[in-house]
Design a protein around this ligand. Sequence first.
Ligand code: GLN
Length: 187
Amino acid sequence: MGVLALQGAFGAHRQRLHELGVEAPLVRKAEQFDDLDALVIPGGESTTMSHLLTTNDLFDDLQERIAGGLPVFGTCAGMILCAAEVLDGRPDQRSFGSVDITVRRNGYGRQLASFETDIDVAGLDEVFHAVFIRAPAVERVGPDIEVLAEHEGVPVLLRHGACTVASFHPELTPDGRLHEMFIHSIC
Ligand code: GLN
């Protein structure tokens, strides 16, 4: 399992995986794609990641691999990059379209730009403390999507086939249960 490391909170994901016994390389080059069984796409800035993926000639290759079944765990900006439709994005911003959802960038508004809350997650016995930072809001969910958690009626953790996406940052708390869940979902 690798962590896409063009920009954003990739170090924290790597640390969470390390704590679970998974040594995940930082992925920055297309040559590394062949070795991947799964990829984490971190939070950060989706416009910048989209730009870097495109200018480094990685976007189309990665999109093809994800469409071909490469499991992805996308968090926050990573969720935006996986979404089928992005609202309030930059006009040149691209997304892989691997998860059939519509997301609005910074969809929680200015006042609620960043907040923390406990959420119930399907399959977990105890609540998960979720950190939202200028998070995308999910505005549409396609028919084949499994919603694993909601916050105030809005889905915040979803699965579509081999892709899991979260609008919050599970890597920024010491709780590794969602990384563990992703690992189990692909094994
Ligand atoms: N608002 C950011 C974006 O559009 C996402 C924020 C985050 O990843 N914390 O990419």
